[in-house]
Design a protein around this ligand. Sequence first.
Ligand code: CO
Length: 174
Amino acid sequence: MAILDIIQPDNPILRKKAVKVTSFDSKFQTLVDDMVETMIAAPGVGLAAPQVAVSQRLIVVRLPNDEDSRKEYGKEAGQLHVFANPKIIKASKEMVEGVEACLSIPGYYGEVDRHEMVVVTGQDRKGEPIRIKAKGWLARVFQHEIDHLDGQLFTDIANSVWKAGDDEEDDEMD
Ligand code: CO
């Protein structure tokens, strides 16, 4: 396994529409493992393949597993989600505003409106169909990561963006 370099917005790969994953071969398995390791080391709660310069539709998501997170997220704390070709098939009308950050835009935060609940379908690392109903912060992370696959960054859609230190509301995401 290896920790991969996370690219910054000056790299055009981050702005490209990523292509569908069609091969679940050993090279893909290594990519999944490396992305998980990179996300955890960062640390972040989500990572999309374009962030490590691989323009494929693959995301990994994992909420923290500390004591507070276990209280707040229950069994979702520390649960790893690997989604190839993720697609939001259902989204709540209810939107919630929350603070986001991104490993590709270090030091910046923003208030972003997201659906409170989303249902996401996709494929697991072996190519088998999977589906998740995500709420709250988990739903937010999925929406943020899926946006990366279409070249969209949270700063594109944020209601406001600020630099770390400009506000007390610093939070970390991915
Ligand atoms: Co991001």
